[in-house]
Design a protein around this ligand. Structure first.
Ligand SMILES: [Zn+2]
Length: 444
């Protein structure tokens, strides 16, 4: 039977297409950048282009990374939109949401948000959205940034590492939550407690274990307790960024059981590395909060599987190589941040596969849940009506990471030399290969 309708732009057929959380054979039709139909794999369709993936490749939605520091303008030598979005594309990431620091100015005003957008738009190879920042001087003036399309507001509870993005006191945290709850926005929090940090032993040069002791579990626990308290008092919505300490999980479980509006993320490096295997002087592994021990890592994986942790985002936080290795291995002096954007999806998949956790779960944590965090229900899943950001992925391919070949600006990576699984074979953006990125705003 010859179909009579006008042809669709693209059909992608595969024996394993991720639809509604499970793999099945299907033919995905795309027209005008949107998924218009999901049919049986052998359905006769009229299409301008009809692709059948080779056996071994699966079709998944593009990864959405809700935690990326691009640093442009102002610190473009650390990272810029051209290099970051190229790294994203190579890693199967089709949307990133940029953090309000470490660019100059930080994204704490509408003017700064406009500067960010102007810098990103001509260079973006993947879709880019923006977080705003809640710092002492922006409190009381958050609503305009929300109305301008920022996805929410990031706050630190301890020093951020850059002077132009000061942290909030506990009192200011409550004020920020109250202000944001009034327009039903989202506060995202770097949760380490400055008092606990101050009373912890100082880092000792190149010793990694001393660095971990300088930022103990108690610091995350205490800060997260403050956030939970603020959520409970205001009825607002908060998200814990880059959870490292499994010791905070019981409080998070209790808060969720209580019905508080709290979500939590962790990052590929906390799921991939552990304290025992980090060499002294290995400041490419320095991040805050720090990577802890293997038992802690196991507990983070369990919390992802049981839903206590909602999602995984890269916290791609680059600097120049000079800053990352400042002090020749001194953990106190080196920049804290790990560059993982290009590798994050495959790193998490590698760890998941080793634990017998299916790829479906990894895509849920890194695409569906990250999209849901920022309210972008038009992506993060293969479904009729969503944006046709699709990745043909070979889950069984293996490769060794060579940091020098990664696309982000400064060739430093904690993953250098790691054996990872998975190969990103083809990326379609709105149904087109290398279509270029667009700016995205919070849906009203
Ligand atoms: Zn970050």
């Amino acid at each position: 039977m010859a179909p009579t309708e006008s042809p669709v732009d693209l059909v992608v057929r595969a024996s394993r297409v991720l639809v509604e959380g499970a793999f099945r054979p299907a033919a995905v039709s795309v027209t005008g950048g949107l998924i218009t139909a999901i049919d049986d794999i052998d359905t006769v369709l009229t299409a301008l282009e009809d692709r059948t993936l080779p056996e071994g490749q699966v079709l998944i939605p593009g990864i959405v990374d809700s935690h990326v520091h691009v640093n442009e303008p102002g610190r473009t030598d650390w990272e810029g939109f051209a290099s970051a979005t190229t790294a994203a594309l190579r890693g199967g990431v089709t949307t990133i949401v940029d953090m309000p620091l470490n660019s100059i100015p930080p994204t704490t005003t509408v003017e700064a948000l406009d500067l960010k957008r102007a810098a990103a738009e001509p260079q973006a190879r993947v879709d880019v959205g923006f977080w705003g920042g809640a710092i002492p001087s922006s409190l009381g003036a958050l609503r305009p940034v929300h109305d301008a399309g920022a996805f929410g507001f990031k706050a630190f509870l301890s020093p951020s590492g850059v002077d132009e993005f000061p942290h909030l006191s506990t009192e200011q945290l409550h004020a920020a939550m109250e202000e944001i709850a009034a327009f039903d926005g989202l506060l995202i929090v770097h949760a380490e407690d400055p008092d606990t940090l101050e009373h912890s032993p100082a880092p000792e040069g190149a010793s990694y274990s001393a660095f971990v002791r300088s930022r103990p579990d108690a610091s995350e626990q205490s800060a997260i307790d403050h956030v939970i308290d603020a959520v409970r008092r205001t009825g607002g919505r908060a998200h814990i960024l880059h959870l490292s300490s499994a010791a905070a999980l019981p409080a998070i479980r209790a808060a969720k059981a209580e019905g508080l509006r709290l979500t939590v993320e962790t990052c590929p490096h906390y799921l991939s590395f552990d304290e025992e295997h980090i060499p002294d002087g290995g400041t490419q592994y320095k991040c805050c909060p720090p990577i802890r021990d293997a038992a802690n890592q196991d507990a983070l994986w369990e919390a992802l599987v049981d839903g206590t942790i909602d999602l995984v985002a890269s916290d791609h936080s680059p600097s120049t190589a000079a800053l990352k290795f400042a002090g020749n291995g001194d953990f106190d002096l080196a920049w804290g941040g790990i560059s993982g954007l290009e590798l994050s999806f495959r790193a998490v998949w590698t760890g998941a596969a080793a634990r017998g956790i299916p790829l479906e779960s990894v895509v849920r944590w890194m695409s569906t849940a990250t999209s849901d965090l920022v309210g972008l229900s038009d992506r993060g899943r293969i479904a009729v009506g969503t944006q046709a950001d699709l990745v043909a992925f070979d889950p069984d391919a293996a490769f060794t990471v060579d940091a020098a070949r990664l696309a982000h600006k400064n060739p430093v990576s904690a993953f250098d030399g790691s054996e990872l699984r998975g190969s990103v074979e083809t990326v379609w953006q709105r149904g087109v290969v290398d279509a270029g990125g667009r700016l995205v705003v919070r849906p009203a």
